[in-house]
Write a protein that binds this ligand. Structure first.
Ligand SMILES: Cc1cc2nc3c(=O)[nH]c(=O)nc-3n(C[C@H](O)[C@H](O)[C@H](O)COP(=O)(O)OP(=O)(O)OC[C@H]3O[C@@H](n4cnc5c(N)ncnc54)[C@H](O)[C@@H]3O)c2cc1C
Length: 427
């Protein structure tokens, strides 16, 4: 029988992290660094997926400074954005100016996310307590006596069973972990989706990554050196109508927002070159159950607005490590400690989502329904142009977030954690 070669591998660990995105990898790094045995399960074979977003904000760069890995990180290819803005018709508006932030890096670093995750994986692998299992797709939770005791995952060899004192659900906005745990989702709704595609970048093109708004169309372009990663924003559910109008009309839409791309839109040969990314904004009422805690998009799916989802997910991971390292090293995580993580991170989540929902309603939706050229800049943009000092406010919101976290976990030496004299042990 075909299943005869399949086997079940069983692993015990302190903490099982389901999903190797920004939240999962940073949690894995911090826990292993503090001497906690951790197994990270990632369903893909590599981090090389396109639709992940590229923005590493000053708050995340500051965490890297605290971990002593910032200089090395900045030696990797990236683009530095000291300001962040958009182009409305032909007017450029600087929305955020990071140059006054009280951080070591006063810019957003743009780096494809696979580069970032590979870097974090490399740093984490230096700790013997860190175990990354690629091609391991979590399919089920293991439950015992009403508590989550680990997960089952599908691998190319068969089934992997990971038993853990704590499972972290960091498997993103379509989280299987939160679904299997039966955690209640509050859907805040999102009126947009994104079409994601690449177009060649010419050296004579503008350098800067920008959001472009032009007569009912919005295109965000990320500079990835030799190509543009383009995100074309559409009203939710409009993909069929766009396909019906045909590829030629779609190419023309792109060229009308960024005319310098006109000669290159033929690179979009068929609809397979254009991926639909559905946008969701939601959050769990309760992020945890005994033995389980969701973080990042799994706890609160974020819209691409402001490019803050990655950084919020990372901040969750830092807060969770700060609160949970000690109980994990001691061997028992109590429900109160899981509740404490949610309480700490709920405020920044709510505030950020409020800002995103506001931007959907008052900026993106009106911009998408605009049929003609935008003649009047919205008042907020007029003020930002007139009074540059105001750009410091969005810079703080986007660059630092509403409750910036700091690394408070220790670095263990040779697997022995130095915090309060507790020593870790593998089981
Ligand atoms: C179109 C779009 C563009 C965006 N652009 C940006 C941006 O530029 N900047 C920004 O900050 N935010 C952006 N966001 C938001 C951002 O992508 C998320 O908020 C962020 O990625 C959340 O990180 P995470 O680690 O929680 O989850 P994810 O990044 O989704 O990572 C989850 C990981 O878990 C893995 N996984 C999933 N299921 C399983 C499973 N069953 N078993 C094992 N592994 C699993 C996935 O492969 C993935 O590696 C964007 C969102 C969208 C929709």
């Amino acid at each position: 029988m075909e299943h005869a070669n399949f086997r079940t591998e069983k692993v015990n660990t302190r903490c099982c992290v389901a999903g190797g995105g920004p939240a999962g990898m940073i949690a894995g790094l911090l826990l292993a660094r503090a001497g906690v045995d951790v197994v990270v399960l990632e369903k893909h074979a590599d981090f090389l997926r396109d639709f992940r977003g590229d923005t590493i904000h000053p708050s995340t760069l500051e965490l890297m400074y605290e971990l002593g890995i910032l200089e090395e990180f900045l030696r990797r290819p990236h683009q530095e954005l000291p300001q962040f803005g958009g182009q409305i018709e032909d007017v450029t508006v600087i929305v955020a100016d990071f140059s006054h932030l009280p951080t070591h890096c006063k810019f957003i670093a743009l780096m494809p996310q696979w580069e970032f995750l590979n870097f974090i994986a490399e740093k984490a692998k230096a700790y013997p307590q860190f175990h990354l299992r690629m091609e391991s797709e979590v399919t089920e939770l293991i439950e015992e006596n009403g508590r989550v005791a680990g997960v089952r995952a599908k691998t190319s060899q068969g089934i992997l069973e990971v038993r853990a004192d704590l499972t972290l659900g960091t498997d993103g906005r379509h989280s299987i972990v939160r679904a299997k745990a039966g955690l209640e989702v509050i859907d805040l709704g999102a009126p947009i989706d994104v079409l994601w595609m690449r177009l060649t970048r010419d050296p004579s093109d503008p350098y800067q990554t920008l959001g472009r708004f032009r007569a009912g169309k919005i295109l965000v372009m990320l500079n990835r050196a030799d190509y543009w990663q383009c995100a074309y924003v559409i009203p939710k559910g409009d993909i069929e109508a766009i396909r019906e109008k045909g590829l030629a009309a779609f190419r023309e839409d792109i060229a009308s927002v960024a005319p310098f791309l006109r000669g290159r839109t033929n690179e979009l040969k068929d609809w397979n070159d254009i991926k639909l990314l559905t946008v969701a904004v939601d959050r769990l009422r309760q992020w945890w159950r005994s033995g389980l805690l969701c973080l990042g998009d799994s706890a609160h799916a974020m819209s691409p607005v402001g490019g803050v989802g990655i950084n919020l997910a990372i901040q969750d991971a830092v807060a969770a490590a700060n609160i949970l390292v000690e109980p994990l090293l001691g061997g028992a995580v109590r429900d109160e400690q899981l509740r404490e993580v949610q309480e700490r991170r709920e405020y920044p989540t709510r505030m950020t989502q409020r800002f995103q929902v506001f931007a959907h309603k008052h900026l993106l939706r009106p911009a998408l329904s605009q049929k003609t050229q935008i003649r009047q800049l919205p008042l907020a943009f007029k003020l930002l142009r007139r009074f540059p000092v105001l750009r410091r406010i969005p810079a703080r919101m986007l660059g630092l977030g509403f409750r910036p976290e700091h690394v408070r976990t220790p670095e263990a030496r040779s697997g022995i954690a130095t915090m309060h004299g507790v020593s870790s042990h593998k089981r």
